[in-house]
Design a protein around this ligand. Sequence first.
Ligand code: SAM
Length: 248
Amino acid sequence: MTTNTALEEKFREVGGKRPYVQRLFGRIAGIYDLMNRLMSLGLDRYWRKRAARYLALATGQTGLDLGAGTADLSIAVVNGAGPGTKMIGMDITPEMLDEGRRKLVRMGLQDRIELRVGDAEHIDLPDNSVDGCCSAFMVRNLADIPQGFREMLRVVRPGGRVVCLEISHPPGKIFGSLFYLYFYKLAPLFGTIIGKAFEEYNYLPNSLTTFPKAPALKEIMEEAGWSDVRYYYLNGGIVAIHVGTKAE
Ligand SMILES: C[S@@+](CC[C@H](N)C(=O)[O-])C[C@H]1O[C@@H](n2cnc3c(N)ncnc32)[C@H](O)[C@@H]1O
């Protein structure tokens, strides 16, 4: 049985990818931030800052952060934007949002970022109701990626942007091989030893195996209706930021 067939079997056992992902993040919510910092060697903060800059929310606007988790991307957006800019962070895993809420209170940002339980594939918001939509390391977890991008298009106002920050497939052969060695072998080892979470941190690399390469993800976004879609590789393509605009 290949690793991904085994993973699909696990999804089936609990009723699908969504409940599997929700339980998995529920179990690691308490160690999620620390593991992120360690496994990305601190780069994850810089990646989110860049994503926030591409979202480019103006003073007083409201953005949506899907798969907000512990709220780090929403925090990067409001810290980089003018006063009065607000974020709604949605996630299917209440435990991740609870961690996020505690962090927002510590930072005094609870009035600018509202965290709610919600599904990126069926967003509980009216059409054209937010000025922009972003996500960090969420899209890879969706059961139906095109459906996610169609929903984002529906809720963003005409002229607004979508920004997707995700792990990617580095295009360079040598660097790519080194990255895969790290991502498929060392990162799960860190997760198992430091985080005591073997299954959870083995899901991480496996979720990348079937995830589209950056040019293919761009096509998915275009087919979902996003215009002027571009992508930017960071750190040699370890991650990619895709940016699209909703036509006026
Ligand atoms: C890798 S974490 C990323 C969290 C956060 N965005 C960050 O930058 O650290 C992925 C998050 O996506 C959430 N998620 C997965 N599928 C989702 C869906 N269909 N709708 C909303 N959130 C989802 C998970 O619960 C998890 O909190």
